[in-house]
Design a protein around this ligand. Structure first.
Ligand code: SF4
Length: 345
């Protein structure tokens, strides 16, 4: 069964649809900056995000997950493909022309809470900026909304006139979250929102995001490389490798029954504080192939310990495995391999 057929059978409402998304960055050389190749950051990615769910996008650095998020919100212009947003029941294409009218509904939380806040602005101004941009001129109304948002993210109203450098990393990320929520968005793209924070603060911010999702009915696209964080917050997970999705399924299914060798390797890198529940450590051989010159066939084959000759010749399609239409895998041997899952407390 193909991805499109599965979409037809699933009657839950898609808030976001990404169809065959590409983003190639040109490689320019010489005095005349002629294009000598392309970095294929995103190479034919398709998925949907259902209303009210959290879809995780995971993979190692450079796999294209952040670029995918930036393309969705048009911080990068896609090279190809289509993106649709369900705006009050109407399927609106997301492109440079429509993005302004969709900004209220789609917001972004940046990875780095240090550089994503203007150091010259007070917290009040930072959170109020989207309100000003979108025409809320009444100062009292704006201040009330800023105070409401600060309370929602666990900051005191006394912090209104402070500057970003006066906060800790966790507090700064709370300011970033308040700014993202200012316009009552439906979809929030969270780009590694806790990876720059101390471990103790990560849990607080994850819990805060979950509370806010419930309180405001938010839908998240959660970009991360830490699978234990993904386990705690996501309903479904898409695993990306070299610009493509290689596995996409429900979070419990992924952790208990992984089907792609790359997912298995990612699991083996998670530290488990239980001596009876250790996985064999899988050290991936070789370097990550260059996204400007990906290998033929399965892009994971130079590092895959199960690779056979067909893997070097034919690219596996992302299709259902074991007849489970909620589990898509791009591997020729997905049905045969017995890969070990992982238990996270
Ligand atoms: Fe490994 Fe082959 Fe599957 Fe690719 S298709 S993940 S190389 S077994």
């Amino acid at each position: 069964m193909t991805l499109k057929a599965i979409e037809k059978n699933d009657h839950r409402q898609n808030l976001l649809e990404v169809n065959d998304l590409y983003k190639y960055f040109p490689i320019q050389r010489g005095v005349f900056r002629s294009t000598v190749g392309h970095v294929r950051a995103v190479d034919g990615v398709s998925f949907q995000v259902k209303s009210g769910e959290t879809l995780g996008l995971v993979g190692e650095s450079g796999c294209g997950k952040t670029t995918t998020g930036r393309c969705i919100i048009q911080l990068e212009t896609p090279t190809g493909g289509q993106i649709f947003f369900n705006k009050d029941g109407t399927r609106v294409p997301v492109n440079p022309k429509t993005i302004k009218s969709l900004r209220r509904d789609m917001q972004f939380i940046f990875q780095d809470p240090y550089s994503s806040l203007n150091p010259r602005m007070t917290v009040e101004r930072i959170i109020a900026e989207p309100l000003i941009t979108h025409g809320i001129k009444n100062k009292t109304e704006r201040r009330d909304r800023v105070l409401e948002l600060m309370s929602a993210v666990g900051l005191s109203g006394d912090h209104l006139s402070r500057f970003p450098h006066e906060f800790s990393g966790g507090q700064r990320q709370r300011v970033g979250i308040a700014r993202a929520l200012a316009l009552n968005p439906k979809l929030v793209i969270c780009d590694e929102p806790v990876s720059a924070l101390d471990v103790s603060v990560q849990a607080q911010v994850i819990n805060l995001l979950q509370d806010l999702q419930e309180q405001y009915g938010l839908t998240y696209l959660f970009i991360a490389h830490d699978l234990s964080v993904v386990y705690h917050i996501c309903n479904r997970v898409a695993v990306m490798y070299l610009g493509r999705i290689v596995e996409l399924t429900d979070v419990d299914e992924l952790f208990s029954n992984p089907k792609h060798p790359y997912t298995e390797a990612l699991f083996s890198a998670i530290p488990i504080p239980d001596p009876d529940n250790q996985l064999e450590q899988i050290i991936l051989e070789g370097d990550v192939p260059s996204p400007s010159n990906p290998p033929n066939g399965c892009s994971f084959h130079p590092r895959c310990r199960y690779a056979q000759s067909i893997c070097r010749q034919e690219e596996p399609a992302l299709t259902v495995t074991d007849g489970k239409d909620n589990h898509l895998v791009a591997c020729h041997y997905a049905a045969e391999l017995a890969l070990r899952g992982i238990r996270i407390a």
